[in-house]
Write a protein that binds this ligand. Structure first.
Ligand SMILES: *[C@@H]1O[C@H](CO)[C@@H](O)[C@H](O)[C@H]1NC(C)=O
Ligand SMILES: *[C@@H]1O[C@H](CO)[C@@H](O)[C@H](O)[C@H]1NC(C)=O
Ligand SMILES: *[C@@H]1O[C@H](CO)[C@@H](O)[C@H](O)[C@H]1NC(C)=O
Ligand SMILES: *[C@@H]1O[C@H](CO)[C@@H](O)[C@H](O)[C@H]1NC(C)=O
Length: 212
């Protein structure tokens, strides 16, 4: 019975994807070439606040927020599981929405040596959601220097299919030209350009970065 439901869900997803032309591909979530293999990921250095600078539109699903921040907080320095407070803001309605979820960056050598963290932004309310909208996502870190920006591929697997998104988190609300140039070069190497991303209205959300 569970299997039959699962196949049905997969079919629904396949049809939904076909209609919305979301970026989905056959098979399981794949490895990605990374400069940050698992053994050298320093989870402690990821802690603190990050701002969502670029995201591929599908990652936003149906939400209309413009900006989001990710506050990562480790209880103990050696923990590879930690709490993230995710805050997104829509300046058109002045609505802020907060979520707390766990990120699990425990080292795994199973499929890939890319540093990978798993997270689930929402707790599934039922079996349908646990197979579809609320499935756990993997965040594969393509590059980070920990103190300026982080580029990751986010993948959500639906059995026979998976969705691929990309996200760029920055420490600054408005990253410097120098870092933007580096980000652009790195994304180009992965075949990505500005057109692939949504960029939030960071100034509208967070305000100008100076005293007036
Ligand atoms: C992570 O980096 C910090 C600061 O550079 C260092 O103190 C710490 O020992 C590192 N942790 C590991 C597990 O290497
Ligand atoms: C997005 O919106 C469409 C149409 O309103 C709906 O069918 C779909 O389930 C929504 N997707 C998510 C992930 O909420
Ligand atoms: C934390 O990790 C470091 C580096 O791997 C290790 O030397 C140290 O013993 C660990 N501390 C604890 C309390 O596990
Ligand atoms: C949102 O807040 C700003 C600043 O307080 C205000 O100028 C604007 O009118 C508000 N917008 C809405 C839709 O409430």
């Amino acid at each position: 019975m569970a299997n039959r439901n699962f196949l049905l869900f997969t079919l629904i997803i396949a049809l939904a994807s076909y209609q919305s032309q979301a970026k989905f591909e056959l098979g399981l979530c794949q490895a990605v070439e990374s400069k940050i293999p698992d053994p050298i990921l320093n989870v402690t250095n990821l802690m603190g606040i990050w701002f969502e600078y670029l995201v591929t539109p599908d990652l936003k699903e149906n939400t209309t927020y413009s900006c989001a921040s990710w506050l990562m907080m480790q209880e103990n320095k050696n923990d590879s599981r930690f709490v993230t407070i995710y805050n997104r803001f829509d300046p058109n309605t002045n609505q802020s929405s907060l979520k707390t979820f766990e990120m699990n960056c425990e080292p795994t050598q199973y499929i890939t040596n890319t540093a990978v963290c798993y997270y689930q932004q929402d707790t599934p309310n039922n079996i349908y959601e646990s197979y579809t909208s609320h499935r756990a996502r993997s965040l594969r870190i393509i590059y980070t220097d920990y103190f300026s920006y982080l580029i990751a591929r986010v993948c959500q697997s639906y059995g026979l299919y998976h969705y691929i998104d990309y996200i760029v988190l920055t420490r600054d609300k408005t990253p410097s030209i120098y870092h933007r140039k580096q980000i652009k070069e790195k994304l180009t190497a992965y075949g990505l350009s500005g057109q692939d991303f949504d960029k939030g209205l960071s100034k509208k959300c967070w305000g100008e970065d100076f005293w007036s």
